[in-house]
Design a protein around this ligand. Structure first.
Ligand code: GAR
Length: 205
């Protein structure tokens, strides 16, 4: 059975591109049903249209967080979305939204959580002097960059790294991590137990 994804983004949409490519190649047991963005110039909108996926800009102007999230939910439900995928979505979801899709929202963050939550995880890693950082796909809960971890890929920090070189390597890891995590999540049907996941099928990472 194919799972219907709803992707929500504020940004470039490169993760979306790799998810769409995996979908089109038949390697993902899912289809992107709808892409929703909160910025009229979000790259994700252009990428979605390039691939023929339905995509909408939903204007947050004048709406409270919950009012906006109700609008998102209406679009996601109209497309029969079963799993919500955040890619560079810069608004904090309301508790209402998180409750509505409890344990069915994934996010990707460019660090090995719980390290370096929030903005500019690349600078945070460089300033801290860590030797390894990476990327994390996690379930979204009420706190930012916080819910149970689905999948991680570590990335070495080199002495010669600049913000941009580290960012580029982490983002390349993200393009492998997100489609893989989505596939694992759909096929493995994990149950959340505290901060950990209990997989129904053997985890293949
Ligand atoms: C990704 O690097 C993702 O990890 C980051 O936004 C970027 C979106 O890129 N998200 C966060 O920092 C969330 N805390 P994209 O729009 O090209 O997919």
């Amino acid at each position: 059975m194919t799972t219907t994804l709803g992707v929500i983004s504020s940004g470039r949409g490169e993760n979306l591109r790799y998810i769409l490519q995996e979908e089109r190649s038949g390697r993902l047991p899912a289809r992107v049903g709808v892409v929703l963005v909160d910025q009229p110039d979000a790259g994700a909108l252009r990428i979605a249209r390039e691939y023929g996926a339905s995509a909408y800009f939903l204007d947050p102007a004048g709406l409270s967080r919950e009012e906006y999230d109700k609008k998102l939910i209406a679009h996601l439900e109209a497309e029969g979305v079963q799993l919500v995928i955040l890619t560079g979505y810069m608004r904090i979801l309301s508790p209402y939204f998180v409750r509505h899709y409890r344990d069915r929202i994934l996010n990707i963050h460019p660090a090995l959580l719980p390290s370096f939550r929030g903005m500019d995880a690349f600078s945070q890693a460089l300033e801290h002097g860590v030797k390894w950082t990476g990327t994390t796909v996690h379930i979204v809960d009420e706190e930012v960059d916080h819910g149970p971890i689905v999948y991680q890929i570590p990335v070495r920090v080199l002495d010669s790294d600049t913000h941009d070189s580290l960012k580029a390597r982490i983002q390349r890891a993200e393009y492998r991590a997100y489609p893989k995590a989505i596939k694992m999540f759909i096929e493995g049907r994990p149950r959340v137990q505290g901060r950990t996941l209990v997989w129904q099928t053997e985890e293949k990472n």
